[in-house]
Design a protein around this ligand. Structure first.
Ligand SMILES: Cc1ncc(COP(=O)(O)O)c(C=O)c1O
Length: 279
């Protein structure tokens, strides 16, 4: 969007769900706003009911960043809908770490809009609709056949993978919920979650990460720096303090190991070490 000359306007996040704060989004809509890009982060979709209402009210397009959201669902328009199928376009990432991950880079876009579908397909292959005839200046964005083959195999087992992730998440929560320093992100009632990652919000986050590393446990920080403070967006003129919730969460969040093949013993070991740290 920024590459096409659009000006990104950032929105703060909700401190409980860690997704877009729709009340903040409302305040940032102007006559120049053309669309909303909700990012379905970590375990659940953004509040799509509120976002779709807003889009209708202001006649905006909605592009769902569902890169992390394979399998997530949201109750909207009176039914459960899959992440990525609610707005005008949904995008998915099959980066190897994703819930449905290829063995290299891969992705997918979905839409119900026939015109957009044709355009997207064309942009995918250098803006060509008929071989060697180019209507647009497009991209080389084809899905490699080898990645497609791998994804077809993994797709058969995806529901089981998602169930295993949930089992590990419940195990973590059961073991860690008594530690008063630890907060878990809140899941909205209108969402069916998928544990793409398992995040905690904690004090002394960096110390905990080092402590876990020392005991052979890897963690990740999603994300160390919010978008408005990234160098690539410095031209927008944002400064520290502009999005206080996102800034605070960047300092408190830590992701524990989460993948279907984790064993119960491994989850117990991670929890034992976290207990030791806060004791
Ligand atoms: C929320 C979100 N959006 C976009 C992306 C980018 O996906 P890709 O690396 O497949 O282009 C990612 C991947 O990490 C992501 O998590």
């Amino acid at each position: 969007m920024a590459r096409l000359g659009g000006k990104p306007v950032f929105v703060d996040i909700d401190p409980e769900t860690l997704n877009m704060d729709v009340n903040d989004a409302v305040k940032r809509i102007s006559s120049k706003t053309v669309g909303i890009i909700p990012v379905h982060l970590f375990i659940q979709t953004a509040d799509m009911r509120a976002i779709m209402e807003l889009a209708q009210q202001y006649n905006l397009k909605v592009l769902e960043d569902s890169a992390e959201a394979w399998g997530m669902e949201c109750f909207v328009y009176g039914q459960w809908k899959k992440a990525g199928t609610i707005g005008h376009i949904g995008i998915f990432s099959f980066f190897p770490t994703k819930t449905l991950g290829a063995y290299g880079d891969a992705g997918l876009m979905v839409t119900y809009d026939e015109e957009l579908y044709k355009k997207i397909k064309s942009y995918r292959v250098h803006g060509s609709t008929v071989k060697y005839f180019h209507d647009y200046i497009g991209y080389n964005s084809r899905l490699d056949t080898i990645q497609a083959a791998i994804l077809r195999v993994k797709l058969k087992n995806i529901n089981n993978s998602i169930a295993m992730r949930k089992k590990h998440a419940m195990h973590y929560i059961e073991r860690l919920k008594h530690i008063p320093q630890i907060k878990f992100p809140k899941i909205l009632e209108c969402n069916k979650e998928v544990y793409y990652v398992f995040n905690l919000l904690v004090p002394q986050r960096d110390k905990l990460a080092l402590y876990l590393k020392d005991k052979g446990i890897g963690t990740s920080i999603y994300y160390p720096m919010p978008l408005h403070l990234q160098k690539c967006f410095s031209y927008l003129g944002y400064k520290e303090g502009d999005f206080p919730v996102a800034e605070r969460i960047c300092k408190e969040i830590i992701a524990l190991p989460m993948y279907p093949e984790l064993t119960d013993d491994e989850v117990d070991y991670v929890c034992d070490v976290i207990e030791q740290f806060y004791r």
